[in-house]
Design a protein around this ligand. Structure first.
Ligand SMILES: *[C@@H]1O[C@H](CO)[C@@H](O)[C@H](O)[C@H]1NC(C)=O
Ligand SMILES: *[C@@H]1O[C@H](CO)[C@@H](O)[C@H](O)[C@H]1NC(C)=O
Length: 260
């Protein structure tokens, strides 16, 4: 009976919308049928996808760790091709935006980049630390940062290069602290980020302040110095919210940690 109903619905869909819509509809039905299946047992992969969606849309906030049941899911996402495809999509959109603007010739158009999980990737560290499913350990993470061996996020590096070619000035604003300046500069240069207008690290005057407060204040300074922020890209919503956010903001994926 259920199969019959399915065929009736499928053929109605085919008749109503024509042949070209038919495969799309049936694919959706096939995707849903096996996974939410007649046994009624929930699938971890599905709820972890919902969790990631909630995280990326900033509906799930202030979370401390990736749910333990989603460690595998997040690991596969980060190491597999989907993370890279998502990064590519966002960076491409950011480039289309930059390209669509009437850029000034006075060298005063700027783009704001975050660093961790935006320009540099800490995936080698997180792969050894549960992909964010274990509590953050500042000592351990800072020891990793001090090695200066974080790879570039390839899609971001490509976008960065295109911006430089367009004559856009690069401004890095990072939650990394002043004492990490030398290693951060060396790391950026080693992986291909050779030039920038400013590299802003978090000074002690901002300790205890939120990322939104700190980053907004730094962007305000950039604008006060006569720059137009044409875009702003980061993996955390706290990179993008607040004031002086620029003409457009672009959110890169990061299901491993949350910074408020
Ligand atoms: C681009 O900017 C220049 C200089 O401000 C201006 O003369 C020109 O009309 C602008 N072009 C467009 C398409 O807005
Ligand atoms: C954090 O990592 C350091 C270095 O590995 C370790 O000595 C320390 O016990 C860890 N702290 C916590 C709270 O796990």
């Amino acid at each position: 009976m259920r199969m019959l109903a399915f065929f009736i619905v499928a053929s109605l869909v085919a008749n109503a919308y024509g042949e070209s819509y038919y495969p799309l509809i049936t694919n959706q039905i096939h995707l849903i049928r096996p996974k939410s299946g007649s046994s009624g047992s929930p699938l971890t992969g599905l709820s972890c996808l919902s969790w990631r969606f909630g995280v990326e849309t900033n509906n799930i906030v202030n979370w401390k760790t990736v749910p333990l049941t989603c460690e595998d899911y997040v690991g596969h996402y980060m190491l597999g091709s989907q993370y890279r495809k998502d990064s590519k999509t966002i960076n491409k959109e950011a480039f289309f935006h930059a390209q669509s603007l009437n850029l000034s010739k006075n060298g005063k158009d700027a783009w704001v980049f975050d660093i961790d999980e935006t320009t540099l990737s800490n995936l080698p560290y997180y792969a050894e630390n549960g992909f964010g499913s274990v509590p953050y350990n500042a000592t351990k993470f800072n020891a990793w940062v001090s090695t200066g061996s974080a790879p570039a996020l390839p899609e971001s590096l490509k976008f960065y290069g295109k911006l430089v070619n367009l004559g856009v000035k690069i401004v890095f604003i990072t939650g990394r602290t002043e004492d990490q300046r030398d290693v951060t500069e060396a790391n950026l240069k080693a992986v291909g980020y050779h030039t920038w207008e400013r590299l802003v690290l978090k000074g002690s005057d901002y300790s205890g302040k939120s990322a939104v407060e700190y980053k907004s204040a730094q962007r305000k300074k950039v604008e006060e110095d006569g720059y137009r922020i044409i875009g702003n890209i980061g993996d955390q919503w706290s990179d993008l919210l607040g004031t002086n956010t620029g003409l457009r903001t672009f959110k890169l994926p990061d299901p491993m940690y949350y910074i408020g």
